[in-house]
Design a protein around this ligand. Structure first.
Ligand code: HEC
Length: 321
């Protein structure tokens, strides 16, 4: 049986095409199998460039390895240039190559008409429900009954924390065996309250300040778990993930952000995130998650209390007040 031998020029061309197809479609298809994601992971352009350069270098070495190899490779090229594959074919190819290259260069250098960059409105109110406007943070001003209940808990040494921090506090209590769980807070109003509890003479103002301190601690913990990655430890919009977004997470310490809006508005923003924003706020879509999907109303309010506190800002007072 006669072996079909394809020339070295053709095999070099086919190898190039094969490697290109492998990197361009093969690897993404494999990645999809491995990760079982609903979409393939594309190979980045630079990596693609490296693969192709390496392939060309390897093929160049292969072809120029011997005198015969090079002659074999150049034979069809010479035949083509002499018009051995018909003169028409030569004319077509020799016209097409500069035309394609010229077109590519033109594509790159021609000034493009840029899509006008629309201004983004950071605080759109068009679909902000009016009912949210007067919403107040239920934790910022604890009622008399809540303060009394807290005093009772403190007296009985049975202060209850949100489950997200309770484990840490229990762990601390096991390690340091304190007389009272509130010793977890080494200073501030909590220390004052503890001294008063031990004296048997608690005043409500101190208890209220201590309760606020406890809520802030819980809010800060929830903030660290949910918001820190984007908005940062310093609440300045510089979390570890912040650089990944074209529309940067908001810097809460900036005067134009959470200070200029009423609390109910902040609550609405946190609740509905980027997806809840109207069109005037959509250029460079916001990555802000829709927190109603994963945080309860109480958790959101606790975080907002901590957020304003960390940023050392106060919300705007609603007009009706
Ligand atoms: C995936 C990143 C990401 C996470 C996590 C995140 N945010 Fe955001 N957030 C953003 C981005 C981006 C913006 C700016 C775009 C916008 O206004 O929607 C923003 C905007 C905001 C705003 C609007 C401020 C203003 O002045 O308009 C508030 C309030 C806010 N975030 C609160 C939070 C809270 C609270 C959490 C945690 C529960 C949180 N964010 C978690 C990305 C994030």
């Amino acid at each position: 049986m006669k072996k079909i031998r394809i020339g070295s020029f053709l095999s070099v061309l086919l190898t190039l095409l094969f490697i290109y197809a492998l990197v361009k479609w093969g690897i993404p298809a494999m990645s999809r199998e491995i990760t079982s994601l609903p979409f393939p992971l594309p190979v980045p352009g630079t990596l693609m460039f490296f693969y192709m350069v390496l392939t060309i270098v390897a093929l160049f070495l292969y072809v120029t390895f011997s005198e015969e190899g090079l002659t074999d490779f150049l034979r069809p090229v010479k035949k083509f240039l002499r018009g051995g594959y018909t003169k028409i074919f030569r004319a077509v190819v020799l016209t097409a190559i500069p035309a394609v290259i010229g077109w590519q260069v033109y594509e790159i250098v021609v000034p493009k008409v840029e899509v006008p960059s629309a201004l983004r409105i950071q605080h759109p109110s068009s679909n902000f429900p009016k009912s949210f406007e007067a919403k107040k943070n239920p934790f910022s001003d604890p009622t008399e009954a809540e303060v009394d209940a807290f005093i009772e808990q403190a007296k009985a040494n049975e202060v209850v924390f949100i489950p997200q921090v309770q484990d840490d506090i229990d762990h601390w209590a096991d390690e340091s065996e304190p007389d009272h769980v509130l010793e977890f807070f080494p200073d501030g109003p909590m220390k004052k309250l503890l001294a008063q509890v031990q004296d048997g003479n608690v005043d409500k103002a101190t208890a209220k300040a201590a309760l606020l301190e406890k809520t802030l601690y819980e809010g800060r913990a929830l903030y660290a778990m949910n918001c820190r990655a984007c908005h940062g430890d310093s609440v300045a919009g510089d979390g570890p993930m912040a650089d990944g977004f074209k529309l940067r997470p908001i810097d809460f310490t900036d005067n134009g952000t959470i200070e200029t809006i009423v609390e109910g508005y902040t609550f609405w923003r946190v609740t509905n995130g980027g997806p809840g924003l109207p069109t005037e706020a959509t250029p460079w879509d916001s990555a802000m998650p829709e927190w109603k999907l994963s945080l309860t109303e109480e958790q959101r309010w606790r975080i907002i209390l901590a957020e304003y506190n960390l940023a050392q800002k106060t919300p705007r007072i609603p007009e009706s007040h």
